[in-house]
Write a protein that binds this ligand. Structure first.
Ligand SMILES: [Fe+2]
Ligand SMILES: [Fe+2]
Length: 151
């Protein structure tokens, strides 16, 4: 069985909870496990942004943030494993960007733990960083990985 599929499912119904965080079709890499994780990440960010805007209870917000952090770390590990197995030359730079993304989410958790209020714009900023990373780095990585299987 191939470790990836070129089949791309139609975009899932997007949550409209936070209009500041949106999954975009341009994010599609053609690697279904990666695309699925990206959709889940944006879904979780949009949900969390909506909960922050609505003033959801503290425990719910903390769990939402922890959920985003867990999913982001799992996703980064998925990509880093694929890049290592494929010998992708840009994997160190890419992994450093992942570390930066994770630290940004950890920073939000730290600020909440100190009692700071976070608004939906804080989550939207994470979405922006993720957007930029996918467009700049994940698509390049996916192109390399796919080229290995079409050569
Ligand atoms: Fe990445
Ligand atoms: Fe990614």
């Amino acid at each position: 069985m191939l470790w990836y599929s070129l089949r791309v499912d139609p975009a899932p119904a997007l949550r409209r909870a936070c209009p500041l965080v949106r999954w975009r079709r341009q994010f599609e890499t053609g690697l279904e496990p990666i695309d699925q994780q990206h959709r889940e990440l944006f879904d979780a960010l949009a949900r969390l942004g909506g909960e922050l805007a609505a003033g959801a209870p503290k425990d719910q917000l903390d769990e939402g943030l922890a959920f985003v952090a867990r999913h982001l770390i799992k996703h980064c590990q998925t990509e880093e494993t694929l890049m290592k197995e494929a010998g992708f030359p840009g994997r160190i730079v890419h992994a450093n960007q992942h570390q930066d993304l994770v630290l940004r989410v950890r920073d939000l958790q730290y600020r909440r733990a100190k009692g700071q209020e976070l608004g939906p714009e804080a989550v939207a900023l994470v979405g922006e960083w993720l957007d930029h990373h996918i467009c700049e780095s994940d698509l390049a990585m996916a192109g390399y990985l796919k080229s290995l299987h079409t050569a």
